[in-house]
Design a protein around this ligand. Structure first.
Ligand SMILES: [Zn+2]
Length: 227
């Protein structure tokens, strides 16, 4: 047996083993919805999915729904409890939402996720915006380009009072490679839109690097409590 056919026989063997193990694992760890814990194969069950009410675009920004209830719980599980299996259902939610908006994604060239700083990336191990971008990109056959990097660590904007949020992220971003976004039509993607400070800074660096068009998509929009 040649090395190559040996390897493919091995790969088939592993695949078969996984297939046999899957039902056993399902018995030991029954699959369930990450949010409501209802048993089932979906990491975000149809019941939870249907509770998320789509929002209309606001000031040209596309956000799927208000950061509350089921969506808030799902995002928290995804980000802070590192349940990466939620990337797919949340990404599908983005795709479904987009299909109901006037935004023509086929007119765009790439998806750029809002980056995490290296330090937070190290703690969390993944960039949630990038994982969401991958799902949308696969569906629409667009590339995900990590065109922006954080050049300084910032505090979590979410916890700061509004007046400090803009200062917190000012000059915190830069493009990774000159020319990567030049003349390109970009879909900038993040998980939560709060004051828009992060999105504004990212748009600024994309603009400065010559992006031709910038559209903004976020999974949720946090409504600020009036002071
Ligand atoms: Zn559920």
């Amino acid at each position: 047996m040649s090395n190559a056919s040996h390897r493919s026989a091995l790969a088939r063997g592993i695949k078969l083993l996984n297939k046999l193990l899957d039902p056993i694992l399902d018995l030991v760890f029954p699959p369930k919805c990450e949010v409501c814990k209802q048993p089932g194969k979906a990491h975000l069950c149809p019941d939870c999915f249907s509770k998320i009410k789509f929002m209309k675009p606001h000031l040209g920004i596309y956000s799927v729904a208000v950061y509350e209830g089921t969506l808030r719980e799902a995002i928290k599980r995804f980000k802070f409890h590192k349940r990466k299996n939620l990337a797919k259902p949340l990404g599908i939610l983005l795709v479904q939402y987009l299909s109901q908006t006037p935004l023509k994604i086929e007119e765009l060239d790439m998806i750029v996720p809002v980056p995490l700083h290296q330090k937070r990336f190290g703690e969390r191990g993944f960039n949630q915006a990038e994982h969401l971008a991958q799902v949308v990109a696969k569906y629409h056959e667009l590339p995900v380009v990590n065109a922006i990097q954080r050049i300084r660590n910032t505090k979590a904007n979410f916890d700061l009072p509004r007046n400090e949020r803009f200062a917190n992220v000012r000059e915190a971003f830069a493009v990774t490679q000159k020319g990567q976004v030049e003349n390109k039509r970009v879909l900038l993607l993040d998980d939560i839109y709060t004051t828009g400070a992060t999105i504004a800074e990212c748009s600024k660096v994309l603009n400065a690097a010559g992006a031709k068009r910038i559209e903004i998509l976020t999974l949720s929009r946090a409504m600020e409590v009036a002071a």
